[in-house]
Design a protein around this ligand. Structure first.
Ligand SMILES: NC(=O)C1=CN([C@@H]2O[C@H](COP(=O)(O)OP(=O)(O)OC[C@H]3O[C@@H](n4cnc5c(N)ncnc54)[C@H](O)[C@@H]3O)[C@@H](O)[C@H]2O)[C@@H](O)CC1
Ligand SMILES: [K+]
Length: 504
């Protein structure tokens, strides 16, 4: 599922109109009818519907929705909330069709009448403004949005909730708080950005007949189950442990032995063929009791923390991960530096491994092998030297510029995890739930990602699949055995089997 900016969406419309000869009013008819189908599926027939119609094409969709629902026997009041002379483009055509179909239109002459109508409505359809909204809402839309948000009715937005910007990066706005948004043709960027996402409510996307093969797809999309099915490497019947990668994991300390233990088990549960855990000597017994399948490398240590240099030969590993439970002591920086230089394979850096990375950016960019960074917003903010709030208002832009500048794969973790390749391709993983908001789940993700990278194929596909598998496991577990409150990172490790079975 593509994620577009308003500009990209307008380009698509132009391709449809100019290259494929699909007139705007036909697209509008398709959009309105498809949205009406969604609304019809969601509401009982006796429900009273108010459709709020603006002046542009979003309003045009509203005329089609109101007419379609009236044709199908619903009790609908269509309110044109913009002046007659402002109705523009294809919306004029659909207003005429609406009136010529014998339906009456309410106009915003009397606020009391609109208020009463909204108070009586079971469902309010917001077709006031879509991707064409610019700047803070002007009157009467600002007042109407406030009025709409006060009602107890179900609010259904068309394309995007009125007032919510389509793109990232806009901090100040006021918008309709929708229960459901019927998104037209592609997800708009703000639908997955942290501060705008809640305005959308549930999201359902409708297809409107755009010529998909002719469109320029922005390398930015939601990674879905069918993508995982298509790209997850199969396990061949004649394979052996060496066929599925030899992985190295470096981390763990006396006070945080669990992190690396969970990472290691998650990697093995996700298909890693062989795994070596390099950690402080005194940490090994607690890790090995949880992960019997791993082998160990004892690192030189001081007071339970890994220090000094890696004595062993680091050649021969197919991928490595570092940072889980490592600690933030100064010697950790040297260790990361050494791994950046010596690992001749993909290297994933997580958690404490990211703490000193800012000083090592040159080394990161110079690596001839892929580097994967998996920060949460706090860690990313530290790497960038910017406030979390600033980054989370424009996460696509910050991730893209960082990944391209430092030549890394970046996994910015969150409810909408953004995965970016060094070339700037972006995927969003929307799986998972609040059950994952607990210590240790990031370590589990790192283990899964290492296993995915070990199994070869495209790194971007591998890490996208890993994020999807991690989130889906939490969903499966909270659907069946657990509540979001009690879910533990170790449950996710054990639940992986259930998820993988859905892909076999
Ligand atoms: N061919 C197309 O272009 C299609 C467009 N579609 C719909 O059209 C929408 C985009 O249509 P438009 O480009 O006409 O834009 P909109 O309908 O989203 O908004 C334009 C209108 O909003 C007003 N406006 C802008 N900023 C405002 C503000 N801050 N306060 C108050 N009023 C403001 C403008 O004066 C104009 O009347 C999409 O979101 C989608 O719903 C769909 O029908 C599919 C086809
Ligand atoms: K809208």
């Amino acid at each position: 599922m593509d994620i577009v900016t308003a500009q990209e969406m307008y380009e698509w419309d132009q391709v449809a109109i100019k290259s494929a000869g699909i007139e705007g009013k036909i697209l509008m008819e398709s959009a309105g009818r498809a949205a009406a189908d969604v609304i019809e599926r969601r509401i009982p027939e006796h429900h009273k519907v108010v459709v709020l119609i603006g002046a542009g094409n979003n309003g045009g969709d509203g005329f089609v929705i109101a007419r379609t629902l009236l044709n199908r026997g619903y009790e609908v009041e269509a309110w044109q909330v913009a002046a007659d002379e402002k109705i523009s483009g294809d919306a004029i055509v659909h207003k005429e069709i609406f009136l010529a179909s014998g339906y009456s239109l309410f106009q915003l002459n009397d606020w009391d009448a609109l208020t009463q109508s909204l108070e009586k409505a079971d469902v309010i359809v917001d077709a006031m403004l879509g991707i064409g909204a610019k700047g803070p809402l002007r009157s009467p839309f600002n007042e109407i949005v406030e009025l709409v948000n006060k009602q107890n009715s179900c609010r259904i937005a068309v394309d995007l909730p009125t007032g919510v910007p389509a793109d990232e990066g806009i901090e100040e706005f006021d918008g309709v708080r929708a229960d459901l948004t019927v998104v037209i043709a592609a997800l708009k960027m703000s639908a997955v950005v942290q501060h705008t996402r809640p305005f959308y409510g549930e999201i359902e996307m409708v297809e409107i007949g755009l010529p998909v093969r002719k469109l320029r797809h922005p390398e930015r999309l939601v990674w879905q189950r069918h993508d995982v099915k298509r790209s997850l490497p199969e396990r061949m019947t004649n394979s052996h442990k060496g066929s599925h990668g030899k992985g190295l994991m470096v981390g763990g300390s006396d006070l945080m032995p669990g992190s690396i233990a969970m990472s290691a088990k998650a990697a093995l549960r996700s298909g890693a063929g062989l795994l070596t855990v390099a950690t402080a000597k005194e940490v090994i017994p607690s890790v090995s009791s949880y992960v019997q399948e791993a082998t160990f490398l004892a690192m030189s240590e001081t007071a339970g923390k890994i220090t000094g240099h890696i004595k062993d030969d680091l050649q021969g590993f197919d991928a490595a991960a570092v940072g889980m439970g490592l600690g933030r002591h100064p010697e950790a920086q040297e260790l990361i530096e050494e791994l950046l230089e010596q690992i001749e394979a993909p290297l994933l850096i997580d958690a404490d491994g990211l703490f000193h990375l800012k000083e090592l950016f040159d080394k990161v960019a110079q690596r001839p092998y892929p580097t994967i960074l998996t920060p949460h917003p706090g860690e990313f903010a530290r790497l960038l030297g910017k406030p979390i709030k600033t980054i989370m208002q424009s996460p696509f832009a910050y991730c893209r510029s960082f990944a391209c500048k430092h030549r890394v794969y970046l996994v910015l973790k969150g409810p909408a995890t953004i995965i970016t390749s060094p070339e700037g391709k972006q995927r969003v993983d929307l799986t998972g739930n609040a059950g994952l908001a607990k210590g240790g789940t990031g370590d589990v993700l790192s283990g899964i990602l290492l296993a995915m990278v070990l199994q070869g194929g495209s790194i971007l596909d591998g890490i996208s699949n890993g994020c999807f598998i991690h989130g889906t496991t939490a969903e499966l577990l909270t659907d069946e055995q657990h509540a979001m409150r009690d879910l533990l990172a170790t449950d996710v490790v054990e639940g992986l089997s259930q998820t993988f079975r859905t892909f076999s």
